[in-house]
Design a protein around this ligand. Structure first.
Ligand code: GRF
Length: 271
């Protein structure tokens, strides 16, 4: 029997991508088992999908933790191993020009929630973590504790636009309002920025004259449901390798970026 990877999922909403991943795992289309589904809010409808399939589910209520943190509750303090300086220097979610107080409050309250998350899902309890409509950016505190081997990132996200265009929360809306003639979705590894990590896969489709935001969203989601399981399968097969590429531009400027190379042959990394 093929070895299966343990996939954990984080969601915030309806979880149609989660459903596509569960279906692909149950049908044997991907060599993966979904081992837990977590949400940042108790109202996430997708939790019901986990329940229906007998998958462990939980909520780490980010908003409640933030409120408790603001009130100075002992239970919502940042963890012992939280180093604000280190987080400040690594984070790329807020611009360097951001107000220092706002940045520190964000990083500290977020780490309190992320520490809670790490307790419920210790990094050795899964091989891959997929964000499937999870509406909270992860900070370096969480990412560093999951990606202990920097050469092997293991947090994926799906984004409703052709990155690097339109990062943020409303990819299809931004694409549509901009008047793009092509829309699409992207699966990428998560890095310290917002929707900025190495791209694993993309799907594109033409925007038609009679398209509405709803029709773009509907067709986009249909692409997502295919793309996400495909990318998970590449990971399960050990076919995703990150590498640093360096390009010297005319004029001497150097552009460097970590990109994903998709190997033709499966490697042995998860066996
Ligand atoms: C998807 O469009 C995904 O790209 C974005 O959030 C949406 C989640 O949808 N990150 P669902 O909860 O999977 O139905």
């Amino acid at each position: 029997m093929k070895k299966k990877i343990r996939v954990g999922a984080l969601i915030s909403g309806g979880g149609t991508n989660l459903q596509a991943i569960i279906d692909a795992s149950r049908s044997g289309a991907i060599d993966a088992d979904v081992v837990f589904v977590g949400a940042d809010n108790p109202g996430a409808k997708g939790l019901e999908r986990a329940r229906r399939h007998g998958i462990r589910e939980f909520v780490v209520d980010y908003a409640a933790i933030r409120r408790a943190w603001q009130q100075g509750s002992a239970g919502a303090q940042p963890p012992e191993d939280f180093r604000l300086e280190d987080m400040r220097s690594k984070q790329a979610l807020l611009p360097p020009s951001a107000d220092a107080k706002t940045l520190d409050a964000f990083l500290t309250a977020r780490a309190a929630a992320e520490a809670r998350l790490l307790k419920v899902i210790p990094p050795d309890s899964f091989d891959l973590l997929v964000l499937a409509g999870f509406m909270r950016n992860l900070t370096p505190y969480f990412i560093d504790r999951v990606n202990t081997d920097r050469a092997r990132p293991r947090i994926m996200n799906i984004h409703p636009a052709l990155l690097p265009a339109f990062p943020g929360t409303d990819g299809y809306g931004d694409t549509f309002r901009y008047g793009c003639k092509v829309a699409g979705c992207t699966v990428h590894f998560v890095d310290y920025g917002e929707d900025s990590g190495p791209i694993i896969g993309q799907r594109a489709f033409a925007v038609r004259e009679d398209d509405t935001l709803d029709s773009i969203r509907r067709r986009g989601l249909e692409q997502e449901w295919q793309l996400y399981p495909e990318c998970i399968q590449l990971f399960a097969q050990g076919r995703l390798q990150t590498e640093r590429r360096r390009h010297e531009m005319p004029g001497g400027k150097v552009v460097e970026r970590t990109v994903v190379r998709i190997l033709a042959e499966p490697a042995d990394v998860h066996k």
